[in-house]
Design a protein around this ligand. Structure first.
Ligand SMILES: Nc1ncnc2c1ncn2[C@@H]1O[C@H](COP(=O)(O)OP(=O)(O)O)[C@@H](O)[C@H]1O
Ligand SMILES: [Mg+2]
Length: 378
């Protein structure tokens, strides 16, 4: 899939901006603060309905304006589709081909991006919730149902926690209702575990060879840390362990008023040379591991969806040496569309610049150079 057109209205520093993209490489160049990341952010939001940056939806609206809209036209092999998001102080709405879409899970996953962003390093350094969130997004983009499962799990989890608190206050008497909740939790858990184990296995199958091409080292893997202590998916085992955990820890969970076991406490650990990269790898190594992971994400997406997502790279080459930049760029095949930002064109591989469409941002204005023609529809 390829992004063909983008239209911004009162989004961040853009009042009204229309852009036509290159099917291949697109480069946004400009000084710091000129609005490069804002463009990638808009593309990201069109894909996932949420920003990759901190802040609320209202921060996205241009100062002194009441609402924003972001529109795009996406080109697939034999058809095109329009995606749109509007935000005002009351609501956020999403549209496909002009029709409002009510459920986010019916929207997400149709126009997809793989992003390389400066604070992606948090995937290694940050809290477990960042990694759970990452997993949820990536699996959710591939399998729509998965997002519904996660929402359902969170709802039941909330109910369970509230009920545990009430049991504690009222004194333990009737736990029949808790049994019902537990059964529901377990039913939905096995579905989510299934996808998580599957996805992590897919990533682990290709991560070592990718990392080797980037760094020369192949001893890398993700370990799926779950408090069930299991290393592979097995429905019956998971059901059994969860039943036991809930039963055995009822008193503890009641006292704390929360569910202490289950997939809301999962984590991923990146093991480089069998050591936790969070603790033992240098900043440079961590960055490279994250890039390898992202390339794995891209390739798993391609394997399952039979097409590439749009690749967005926010100023990621500046902290990587030239040799490694070359190694990274080798993964970007001809049929991948790339949108890159940089303050300095020198940082981008000449190979990429050669056929690129270059967008120069200065004083809120975008000047364009180069760019290939779009193929005519069959
Ligand atoms: N809601 C907003 N309204 C208007 N301008 C905004 C808004 N949010 C951010 N900006 C402006 O966007 C600019 C930052 O854009 P950004 O894309 O992050 O720059 P960079 O080119 O460094 O990536 C800043 O000048 C900031 O003032
Ligand atoms: Mg930026």
């Amino acid at each position: 899939m390829k992004l063909k057109e983008l239209k911004l209205l009162n989004f961040r520093n853009y009042k009204e901006q229309y852009l036509e993209f290159n099917p291949g490489v697109n480069i946004f160049i400009g000084d710091n603060g000129s609005g490069k990341t804002n463009i990638l952010e808009a593309i990201y939001i069109l894909s996932l309905t949420k920003s990759s940056r901190y802040g609320t939806d209202l921060d996205l609206i241009r100062y002194d304006e009441a609402s924003l809209s972001i529109d795009c036209l996406v080109n697939y092999d034999d058809y095109e589709k329009k995606y749109k998001i509007t935000i005002d102080k009351f609501t956020k709405r999403v549209f496909i081909n002009g029709n409002p879409v009510k459920k986010i899970s019916d929207y997400v996953g149709k126009f997809s991006v793989t992003s390389f962003l400066p604070n992606d390093i948090e995937i290694i350094k940050g809290s477990p919730s960042i990694r759970r969130n990452l997993l949820n997004i990536q699996i959710g983009v591939l399998y729509n149902n998965y997002l519904n499962y996660v929402n359902e799990y969170n709802k039941i989890l909330h109910i369970r926690n509230e009920y545990l608190k009430r049991l504690n206050i009222n004194g333990l008497s009737d736990t029949k209702y808790l049994d019902v909740i537990n059964d529901k939790m377990i039913d939905i858990s096995v579905k989510i575990y299934y996808y998580r184990f599957f996805y992590i296995k897919e990533i682990n199958q290709i991560l070592p060879s990718i990392y080797k091409k980037l760094s020369g080292i192949s001893d890398i893997k993700i370990e799926y840390q779950n408090n069930l202590g299991i290393t592979d998916y097995d429905e019956n085992t998971i059901r059994e362990i969860l039943h036991k955990k809930y039963k055995k820890n009822l008193y503890k969970e009641m006292m704390q008023g929360m569910t202490l076991f289950g997939l809301h406490r999962d984590d991923l650990v990146f093991l480089a040379n069998k050591m936790d990269a969070k603790i033992y790898s240098s900043q440079g190594q961590q960055r490279l591991i994250v890039i390898a992971y992202k390339i794995a994400e891209l390739l798993v997406f391609k394997k399952i969806k039979k097409e590439y997502p749009v690749l967005i790279l926010d100023d990621v080459f500046s902290e990587i040496d030239i040799k490694r930049r070359n190694n990274i760029v080798k993964f970007f095949k001809d049929d991948i569309q790339v949108v890159i930002t940089t303050t300095d064109l020198e940082e981008i591989q000449p190979d990429l610049v050669k056929n690129a469409k270059v967008f120069k941002i200065k004083n809120g204005e975008i000047k364009i150079k180069g760019g290939a023609k779009w193929k005519k529809k069959k």
